[in-house]
Design a binder for this molecule. Structure first.
Ligand code: CO
Length: 211
């Protein structure tokens, strides 16, 4: 028997129970998606957005990478955002970091790796920008979790600086950015930035990014 037989069986059970709850569920899902939210999160297996938000399929458009980054050179992230904003017309983009993030911890440990090192370069810069804040914290976990929060705020600033987002605001599209952090130990999300819905909100977020 194939090792992944269990996964296929889980899928079959899930599809059956969905159909039992709502016989039209898959017929409706196959026609179109109409999500109101776009999620930029970490690839970590413990922070699956539909699961932690308790949302059924169809509600959230998702992009994930190591340490939930928005990078102006990342065409993968940019194409997700363009589709979310201009085709799906989502109203909210959530950047969500989490405690105990391996990507964030890499900025302290600097592992020797071919691709992770350049990817976390931006996190390293945030760590250096906030060195005195972080050094004042007594333990390693606190420093890492604080850098996770600072990273979320910086990624919201990166997101707001994209012409994709600025143009949406200039065109008066209803679009807000939100920076959240997920606590792995409690399962609870916390809002770090409030709704960022305009260029003036963005100026405030930028002020939080510098020490
Ligand atoms: Co992570």
């Amino acid at each position: 028997m194939n090792d992944l037989e269990d996964l296929l069986q889980r899928n079959s059970n899930w599809a059956k129970s969905r159909k039992n709850e709502d016989s039209e569920f898959f017929a409706a899902a196959a026609k179109q998606q109409n999500p109101e939210y776009c999620w930029i999160g970490c690839s970590d297996s413990r922070v699956s957005p539909s699961q932690i938000l308790d949302l059924p399929p169809g509600n959230i458009f998702v992009h994930r990478n190591i340490a939930n980054q928005v990078n102006v050179n990342d065409i993968n992230c940019l194409s997700v955002l363009e589709y979310a904003i201009y085709f799906l017309e989502v109203k909210h983009i959530i950047v969500c970091g989490h405690t105990g993030c391996g990507g964030i911890e890499s900025a302290f440990n600097k592992p020797s790796s071919k691709f992770i090192n350049p990817w976390i370069d931006n996190i390293l810069k945030i760590r250096i920008d906030h060195k005195s804040d972080l050094d004042a914290l007594s333990c390693k976990a606190e420093r890492s979790n604080r850098l996770s929060e600072l990273n979320v705020v910086n990624q919201i600033a990166n997101l707001g600086n994209l012409s994709l987002v600025k143009d949406a605001w200039i065109k008066k599209l209803d679009l807000s950015l939100h920076g959240w952090i997920y606590n792995l130990s409690t399962g609870i999300l916390r809002d770090l930035t409030g709704a960022v819905s305009s260029l003036s909100d963005l100026i405030f977020i930028r002020s939080l990014c510098t020490n």
